[in-house]
Design a protein around this ligand. Sequence first.
Ligand code: AMP
Length: 394
Amino acid sequence: MTSRTVLVINSGSSSIKYQLVDPDSGAALASGLVERIGDVQGAIIHKVDDAKHVVEEPVPDHGFGLSEVLRLFDEHGPRLSEANIVAVGHRVVQGGRFFNGPALLTDEVVATIEELVPLGPLHNPAHLKGIEVARTLMSDIPQVAVFDTAFFQDLPEEAARYGLNREVADRYSIRRYGAHGTSHQYVSGEISKRLGRDDLKQIVLHLGNGASVSAVVGAHAVETSMGLTPLEGLVMGGRTGDIDPAAVFHLVRVGGMSIDEIDHLFNRESGMKGLTGESDMREVTRMMDEGNQDAIDAMNIYLHRLTKYVGAYTAVMGGLDALTFTAGIGENDARLRAALCERLAYLGVTIDAEANARRSDEPVTISTPESSIVVTVLPTNEELAIARQALTLI
Ligand code: AMP
């Protein structure tokens, strides 16, 4: 058994994802998922050593779900009593302006996360459920919140503040908080280590079902595409990304739609899903190969938005040393990477087709030695990043 471990928990409204991490080696010792909490039939999937243990049963609430997870650890390993868990790390999406790093979960910190519910209505209430049950069931282990927004708390004011009436913006806490910060910080940090430089101008493309791009100089984020909420920025699986806010006025006045309907439309029924009927990029690619014009157009819209962001962020930083692809699409979609890099040829980007096509769980440099920008595919590891951040407080 390893010397110490961290249990990382990502609690959603009807699910709990977890991973037992060795923060020193980076290994995941076990992982799993409680799903369909509150439904008639739920499930707990516990994975350890290539084996998958599935329990199908109703999971009425988060407390029952987590107690079942603890039981599965005891039944199938690793036994938590022997795992030397030194911390439980909780992912929290919205930390507002209160947290620029991880926080030990005291009653006061919990109350602050609760205060932030209006800014993170989809996520924070679900995180609070996970935090509450973990604090009850594992009361002897320090619990730490790691915020998705923390990395972007030191964005320059000129990047974080919208051109919105100052009084209104401040009264309602409207500014750019960003998201996926744990991933952007982890990936940019790994690139700095790989290239042996702490003064790099970097762009990180986190392209998953949710997608965001950040500009990082040294160890500091200077721009990011998600804003007040994760809706802003890139075209995503189901989200519009950037859109003229006047579209909302138009849909209310002319379309007779309610605010909740528009929220659903912009966050769930738009992006690749709304453009093609499919949110999964593999399906979109398949449709493109069949000559589907909507899919071809959607991919061009997706790439166009990415190209705009890379150009804008390069301008903001006054140059670019490293461009990195991560998350589901970024790590797996070689064609999309090649297509974007082709559009970035004007920056002096050239990629090695063979390296780009290689599948690997390890980071791969896909640019050629002549390329003026180092382009890398680097798997993100938010669980490990959360575990390591949690440890800094122990
Ligand atoms: P994530 O949110 O990071 O888990 O990424 C999930 C998304 O990655 C899926 O919705 C797919 O669109 C995308 N994805 C996963 N594998 C591939 C692949 N081989 N090619 C293209 N897209 C992929």
